[in-house]
Design a protein. Structure first.
Lengths: 254, 281
């Protein structure tokens, strides 16, 4: 329990508290009308109220399904392509140019096309999340897998490990720190992109809830989805962090 | 480390088999050339021929950059020679295999596995059943003096302990030849001495063939039956010296032994001469 109240945690909470205080200050001292910028207390109580409501839970569920599905596909694709490219010069030669072309592209520019192809439902959003989260995971997996210490591989081969098993028994676990770093970046991107996609065109989800509220000048309801996605991001990141320290318990840097 | 029952102070194991001192590894006119990008090729090894007898402790001694580690990697099957061939029991070496177990200066332990997991890796790869592999591995961990550390991760161990684990991991799959690449090079002087003693104790039990790369004259003479001296650019064998000292060897006795001192001084003189010759060029 004491771990959670360490000086570092308190230092981390301080700036968040400061932002909320600033927010409250803007309203209290009349810099912004409470109708357009509702005080944090209002938003918080509305948030708690909404979290208990079935319709809002449905919005959260829609967003989470897209986020998880898109992120999971990105992890599977990114890790397998990254490992394959590091293991085989041929695959590397095929993958490298396409990654160079696609990685810097703003994936959100694909969204109109995805909507036409896949419709307004989950498909278009999941694809966009995957497209955006894929590259950081792929690139860090490739980096991690191609810098595995040669002598780890030699040690395993001398112990009788066949070449094709080396990938799973040595390269994958040895690249795990890099892979998880890529996943962490990919997860943050997924949170941003799913929300963004829902804001642009959607019939449900947290991003859609925000846009709907904004168009009808429901200022309080506009802030609730925003806080919700921030909290979701925080929780997911913490979960990934816990997974990371479990998987990397033997690694010096973890 | 338990005391090893002293054998008679025979010099080498008396060979009673049909063939006298049968060769286990043959290195046959091996050369290794690395292409350096801009300038001309770097000749790491030039026309090396060497025969290693079964059960012998052979050190390859030379300055850094003489290709001694490369020679070891060729025997390990990790690197293919540019020309020539290495053979193990008459069979050409084409890749790594569990008959030749490496121990590297960098330890190269699997960071995601515990001490026990690292040592069990080889037997499990060899298809030994889990319970049996664990029992064997625990015994080996005890033999290298790390009982109680089975569930530690490598990052929690000191350099000397890591190298003990690496040795146990390699011994666990019963290689016929141990290939040791400056195994104690990254350790402090005290730890190094202790590991040398312990390695000799372990070696005395079953007298596996050992090919031991080092740049320490003292270490080579203390451990070996035979010292192969190499010179650099290009890497060649300069001299092969039989170390005619009684076993089992004890450091405290050996350091006072004039024969030991003579070997060390002679070898160091030879290196000094080649250094001077190098400067003259």
């Amino acid at each position: 329990m004491a771990r959670f109240l360490s000086p570092n945690v308190l230092l981390g909470i301080a700036p968040i508290a400061l932002v909320i205080a600033l927010w409250q200050g803007l309203v209290s001292f009349g810099f912004a009308p409470a109708v357009l910028l509702p005080p944090p207390g209002f938003v918080l109580s509305r948030l708690l109220q909404q979290l208990a409501s079935w319709t809002f839970q449905q919005e959260i569920a829609a967003t989470l399904i897209r986020l998880f599905a898109g992120f999971a596909i990105a992890v599977v694709l990114g890790v397998s392509i990254g490992i394959a490219a590091a293991a085989s010069p041929t695959i590397n030669a095929v993958v490298r140019p396409i990654v160079r072309v696609l990685a810097p592209l703003p994936k959100v520019a694909l969204y109109p096309a995805l909507l036409l192809l896949l419709g307004f439902g989950h498909g278009s959003k999941i694809t966009l999340v995957t497209a955006d989260a894929l590259f950081p995971i792929l690139l860090s997996t490739y980096y991690g897998a191609s810098t595995v210490e040669q002598k780890l591989i030699w040690s395993a081969m001398a112990a009788g490990t066949p070449r094709y098993e080396i990938l799973f028994k040595v390269v994958l676990p040895a690249a795990m720190p890099s892979i998880l770093t890529g996943c962490r970046i990919g997860l943050v991107i997924s949170c941003i992109v799913v929300f963004l996609a829902e804001m642009i065109t959607s019939t449900d989800g947290l991003g859609h809830a925000l846009v709907t509220a904004a168009r009808t000048f429901q200022a309080v309801d506009m802030f609730v989805p925003l806080i919700t996605i921030a909290l979701l991001g925080l929780i997911l990141n913490a979960l990934l962090g816990a997974l990371r320290s479990y998987l990397l318990r033997g690694f010096p840097e973890a | 480390m338990t005391a090893v029952p002293a054998r008679s102070s025979e010099r080498v194991r008396p060979v009673t088999s049909r063939e006298p001192a049968s060769a286990i590894i043959e290195i046959d006119r091996v050369s290794q050339v690395f292409q350096t990008s801009a300038r001309k090729d770097h000749i790491a090894l030039s026309d090396i021929s060497l025969t290693i007898e079964e059960g012998a402790f052979v050190s390859i001694l030379g300055p850094s950059g003489c290709g001694k580690s490369t020679l070891l990697y060729i025997v390990g099957g990790f690197v293919s020679p540019t020309s020539g061939a290495a053979r193990m029991k008459g069979q050409a070496i084409t890749g790594p295999g569990p008959d030749r177990g490496p121990v590297f200066q960098e330890f190269a332990l699997f960071p995601w596995k515990t001490v026990l997991g690292n040592v069990m890796y080889g037997p499990r790869q060899q298809g030994v059943r889990s319970t049996e592999a664990e029992a064997q591995s625990r015994a080996l961990i005890e033999m290298v003096g790390l009982k109680g550390y089975e569930n530690f991760y490598p990052k929690e161990l000191s350099g000397g302990m890591k190298q003990r684990v690496a040795l146990a991991r390699t011994l666990a799959y019963h290689p016929e030849v141990l290939l040791m690449d400056e195994p104690f090079g990254a350790l402090d002087a005290h730890t190094r001495t202790r590991l040398q003693n312990d390695l000799l104790n372990i070696w005395e039990r079953d007298r596996k063939t050992v090919l031991f790369v080092t740049h320490s004259v003292d270490e080579a003479v203390f451990l070996s039956d035979k010292v192969v001296m190499m010179s650099k650019s290009p890497g060649r064998i300069r001299e092969v010296i039989d170390i005619d000292l009684p076993r089992p060897r004890r450091r405290s006795e050996l350091l006072l032994d004039p024969r030991y001192q003579k070997y060390v001084v002679d070898i160091e003189r030879m290196f000094d001469e080649s250094d001077e010759a190098g400067f003259a060029l």
